[in-house]
Design a protein around this ligand. Structure first.
Ligand code: NAD
Length: 296
């Protein structure tokens, strides 16, 4: 039986680890939080107290951590994955992190004789629990091919985006675009309302005209037209504005390094930073509507 170490059992990781255990893998669950490990044990995983315990017998290591610095610590720290993993093990990092860290950790893993891909996700907590995530993977094709059957148990769409770090590139570019069209959609609905056009009528017209986009039709920031959208629950997340801000900051860092002009990405970052400074970054990211309306 294939043994998988799963490190990072937070909002996303717990659902993903649960799906691997359900699929019949021997999953060794590790997190700094004892409660998180206890949840994973309830879901069919085995508890691991340390990274060493988790990865010692693992054929595959999956990590789902907050940011690049945690990924560096977990893989390259003194008692980390590199120090204790089996020879030739495969590593899959699904955290959303900066491109340079992803490329550096993968290159160091390869130098030590391991295989590794970056495999950030889109689909949120619901997608993690339901096994319907989209995985965007970067790294050698051989490592991707080896990871694919495992990723198929956690996701519905799995893409190979090319070289190491390209999964992170796809993720930040996608989320920068998402932030921009969410804000644009809020502006359009707010302007329509101020000019006397109600949200449902504007939706009916624009969703079949050229303004149509995902933020409008799947996640409408104006209450009413899309019943499942967070706007109908006073913007309870969903995908929190603070998570969007994290991704927009990663996009701006990457844009600065690559010398790519992203004026609207920069504006989107500034608006979500205002939500953060107002203490409202726990709202869903479509709650930027409140900022546009002046009612945050
Ligand atoms: P989270 O904060 O809920 O979970 C992270 C977990 O990592 C925590 O349980 C924490 O204790 C653990 N951790 C931190 N450092 C550790 C260490 N050194 N060793 C072991 N465990 C450690 O975060 P999340 O919402 O699950 O997100 C995880 C990643 O997925 C992030 O990079 C995030 O950007 C990305 N992501 C999140 C969502 C979402 O909707 N939540 C969607 C897509 C992508």
């Amino acid at each position: 039986m294939t043994t998988i170490a799963f490190i990072g059992l937070g909002n996303m990781g717990i659902g993903m680890a649960t799906n691997l255990a359900k699929a019949g893998y021997d999953v060794r669950a590790m997190d700094l939080s004892e409660d998180a490990v206890a949840n994973a044990v309830k879901a069919g995983c085995k508890a691991a107290k340390t990274t060493k315990d988790a990865v010692g017998e693992a054929d595959i290591v999956v990590t789902m951590l907050p940011a690049g610095k945690h990924v560096r610590t977990v893989y390259m720290g003194e008692d980390g994955v590199f120090a204790h993993a089996k020879k030739g093990a495969l590593f899959i990092d699904s955290s959303t992190i900066d491109v340079p860290t992803a490329r550096d950790v993968i290159s160091q893993a390869e130098e030590k004789g391991f295989s590794m891909i970056d495999a950030p996700v889109s689909g949120g907590v619901g997608g993690a629990a339901g096994g319907t995530l989209t995985f965007m993977c970067g790294g050698k094709k051989t490592a991707y091919d080896q990871a694919k059957p495992v990723l198929d148990h956690m996701g519905k769409n799995v893409f190979h985006a090319g070289e190491a770090g390209n999964g992170q590139v796809a993720k930040v570019c996608n989320n920068m675009l998402l932030g921009i069209h969410m804000i644009g959609t809020c502006e359009a609905f707010n302007l329509a309302e101020k000019l006397g056009l109600d949200a449902q009528t504007f939706y009916d017209i624009s969703s079949t005209a050229s303004g149509q986009n995902w933020s409008m039709t799947s996640y409408c920031p104006a209450p009413g037209p899309v019943p499942t959208a967070p706007s109908n629950k006073d913007y309870a997340p969903g995908f929190a504005a603070g998570m969007m801000l994290k991704d927009l900051r990663l996009a701006q860092d990457a844009a600065s390094t690559a010398r790519a002009a992203t004026p609207l990405g920069a504006q989107a970052e500034a608006l979500y930073a205002l939500m953060e400074s107002a203490g409202k970054d726990g709202l869903d990211f479509s709650g930027v509507m409140k900022l546009i309306k002046g009612s945050l």
